[in-house]
Design a protein around this ligand. Structure first.
Ligand code: PMP
Length: 289
């Protein structure tokens, strides 16, 4: 299915009901549109089973709490709603997008404690996030934007407001022919891409930035577990940009990205090597197991 995301056939779960795709709309005075009071999840359903669906629902509720919002649905209800949405649309393999946000209400200022917290769950069929980069290795730009200090924004939340700099970074990257951008953090350490975590290989060991100011992705945690099961040492630590020259392989992880090898970041080259290919395959088998 192609075309604008607002003009498609299908059903979207919204506040407890299935709504026809084109009618799943909100008012322009929705609080979230003005003040970023919005959190979301990206999940993938493989062969009829959502990978880590419960963990995603828990993270959604947790992200909302970090933004002072309580989602009026339990983890179990959110899980059931996702499967209902998939069933009604007839999908067994799909991307699932849940979004919780402050709707329109009595207040239109910054404060919105009385405005309802709404929940919508949509899905679509989505292949490889980085297209052919999945095989050849993605090319990454280095963003001028930095992941913010956790004292300035709830960086653990998967919140819409945190994506403003991601969209700007990605636009700049795409204008240079890159598929994504690597972002440093507020201290200058290597952080992550605009919607995926990053891993490096050097002399048989794996190094990945310590998730102390950005999303500790569920795919990241899964991949660390799979590597350790294989007996490969994984070091979660602060990584300086100057170290990029020393790494041999690199890949990104994320629900949408899955495991995508990286061939280039700025002027630094990486080999799409044996470990990158192996962990991509292991992850693919694991999510379908
Ligand atoms: N960082 C950011 C900024 C993301 O948007 C994502 C995708 N949710 C990730 C990391 C990876 O998270 P996950 O593996 O849980 O999808």
């Amino acid at each position: 299915m192609t075309g604008s995301y607002e003009d498609r056939d299908g059903w979207i779960w919204m506040d407890g009901k299935m709504v026809e795709w084109r009618k799943a709309q909100v008012h322009v005075l929705t609080h979230a549109l003005h003040y970023a009071s919005s959190v979301f999840e990206g999940e993938r359903c493989y062969n009829g089973r959502i990978f880590k669906g419960v963990e995603h629902a828990m993270r959604l509720r947790r992200s909302a709490e970090l933004l002072d919002m309580e989602i009026p649905w339990s983890v179990q209800e959110i899980e059931a709603a996702k499967y209902e949405m998939l069933r009604v649309n007839g999908w067994r393999d799909a991307y699932v997008r849940a979004v919780a946000f402050r709707g329109a209400g009595d207040e239109m200022g910054v404060s919105a404690a009385g405005n309802p917290v709404r929940l919508a769950i949509a899905g679509w069929e989505w292949g490889a996030y980085y297209g052919e980069a999945k095989m050849k290795g993605a090319k990454l730009d280095i963003s001028k934007w930095r992941r913010p200090d956790p004292a300035t924004i709830p960086s653990e939340a998967k919140a819409a407001g945190l994506y403003m700099i991601c969209t700007m970074s990605k636009h700049a990257a795409q204008a240079k022919g890159c598929s994504d951008a690597l972002m440093m953090d507020y201290r200058g350490y290597v952080a992550e891409a605009t919607g995926a975590n990053i891993f490096f290989v050097k002399e048989g060991a794996v190094h990945t930035p310590l998730a102390d100011c950005f999303l500790n992705g569920l795919t990241r945690q899964t991949v660390i577990g799979l590597l350790r099961q294989k007996g490969i040492p994984v070091h979660e630590r602060h990584i300086l940009p100057t170290e990029l020259a020393e790494f041999e392989q690199c890949w990104l992880t994320g629900t949408a990205a899955e495991v995508t090898p990286v061939g280039q970041i700025g002027a630094f080259q990486f080999e799409v090597g044996a470990l990158a290919r192996d962990i991509a395959q292991t992850y693919e088998a694991h999510v379908r197991a």
